[in-house]
Design a protein around this ligand. Structure first.
Ligand SMILES: Cc1cc2nc3c(=O)[nH]c(=O)nc-3n(C[C@H](O)[C@H](O)[C@H](O)COP(=O)(O)OP(=O)(O)OC[C@H]3O[C@@H](n4cnc5c(N)ncnc54)[C@H](O)[C@@H]3O)c2cc1C
Length: 369
């Protein structure tokens, strides 16, 4: 860690900035936030300023037990502390990467990350008043935004309402309290589903609802809303705001993607459908992977990532729903239909790139892979 403390390292004249791409970074700090949430801080061996838009994420590329795995994690730190960046990871029961990180990643280890990217950020939707709504580990992008506005002495009026299971599950509890005691434009509200026996709790209880929101932010209709949390939480928040007649153009949300369970369910559904359709004639198209020199005939409409798997090619993917951009490939020619969720820029699309996880093959196609 010594290289991070030399005067050379901090010399702005010798400092580079990073941009979207693949970077080798070194873990410099591991911080236990709660019983199942840990923050990992990264730097580089040479001085680099990690600029990004608060709310954006990186995708980790890891080799675990011989398998290449990619998972996206929001940058939870703020670019106001630019010589390092952090991710905050919650352990998912049975999850490969989150548990591996908790059990293995330590200070000094080097890993590859892709990014930073992401359209859910506080800079692309400037507003004088914001309502930051988060559930569980969904706090990470809105915390990055809040840290940025707090550290830069911005006059953005922030209302921060975080929902969690119990008081012991509140991530960044002390820092949030500290921020709320230092400035007038950061109002903190914590909502706990329940408390454990003997546990003191003076905040809100239950789930966020409209009467509660009226107390938390009576002027919520005037605010830009940034929301991130588990899917049921975000669906409930969205329905609540719609019911209140909120202008949904000012509502922004980040989903942490589908779990492999959904992938498995989808695959099972496909299999069931395939059985029913087995008697019907299928239209086949050819998918050619030019760099690998491999091709395969697949059913019309199949997802390009699945087509690659059928050809024995692994195009690493992370979110599986067109958010993170990890599975980007270039189409040389052919027909396809991409339904992405912000993981690719208009320029990349114009250059022929697609996200293979959310691109359906619509005819014979040639891929630069
Ligand atoms: C843009 C973005 C930002 C994100 N930011 C964060 C963040 O800041 N912090 C954070 O903690 N997470 C974040 N995530 C989520 C993160 O990327 C991972 O999805 C999460 O850590 C789980 O990954 P895992 O490898 O541990 O679990 P996985 O191995 O992906 O498994 C997830 C679940 O599926 C189950 N499962 C796996 N395989 C199967 C199978 N074959 N059959 C049945 N069940 C199965 C597992 O048991 C587990 O419950 C973000 C995601 C996105 C897309």
């Amino acid at each position: 860690m010594s290289e991070f403390n030399t005067s050379d390292f901090m010399n702005p004249m010798m400092t580079q900035t990073w941009s979207n791409g693949r970077h080798l970074v070194r873990c410099v700090k591991v911080i236990a936030e709660t019983h199942d949430v840990t923050t990992f801080t990264f730097g580089m061996n040479q001085p680099v300023l990690f600029f990004f838009k608060p709310g954006q994420f990186v995708t980790l590329e890891l080799d675990i037990d011989g398998e290449r795995l990619m998972r996206s994690y929001t940058i939870s730190s703020s670019p106001s502390i630019p010589y390092s960046f952090s991710i905050t990871v919650k352990k998912v029961p049975g999850g490969k990467v989150s548990n591996w990180l908790h059990e293995n990643l330590k200070s000094g280890d080097q890993i590859a990350v892709h990014g930073p990217v992401g359209q859910f950020n506080g800079m692309d939707f400037p507003a004088e008043k914001v309502l930051l709504l988060s559930g569980g580990v969904g706090i990470t992008p809105v915390m990055s935004m809040a840290r940025w506005w707090f550290d830069t002495d911005s006059d953005v009026d922030m209302v921060f309402a975080h929902s969690t299971r119990t008081p012991n599950d509140i991530i960044y509890a002390r820092e949030l309290e500290y921020m709320s005691t230092r400035v007038d434009n950061f109002k903190l509200h914590l909502i706990c589903e329940h408390t454990e026996i003997g546990q003191a709790w003076g905040g809100y209880r239950g789930y966020l609802n409209l009467p509660m929101l009226g107390l938390i932010a009576p002027d919520f209709q005037e605010r830009e809303v940034f929301c991130c949390g588990p899917q049921p939480y975000m669906s409930a928040v969205k329905a609540m705001l719609q019911e209140a007649g909120f202008d949904m153009d000012r509502y922004h949300e980040e989903s942490f993607g589908e779990t492999p369970v959904k992938d498995v369910e989808r695959a099972e559904k496909h299999a069931d459908e395939a059985e029913i359709e087995a008697q019907e004639p299928k239209e086949l198209v050819e998918v050619r992977f030019m760099e690998s020199g491999t091709s395969t005939a697949v059913e019309l409409g199949i997802n390009l990532n699945e087509a690659a798997a059928e050809a024995g090619i692994n195009i690493a993917k992370a979110c599986g729903v067109g958010i993170c951009g990890a599975c980007r490939v270039k189409v040389i020619s052919g027909e396809y239909d991409m339904q992405q969720n912000g993981g690719i820029t208009d320029e990349e699309i114009a250059q022929g790139y697609v996200l293979s996880c959310c691109t359906q093959v619509q005819g014979d196609i040639e891929i630069d892979y």
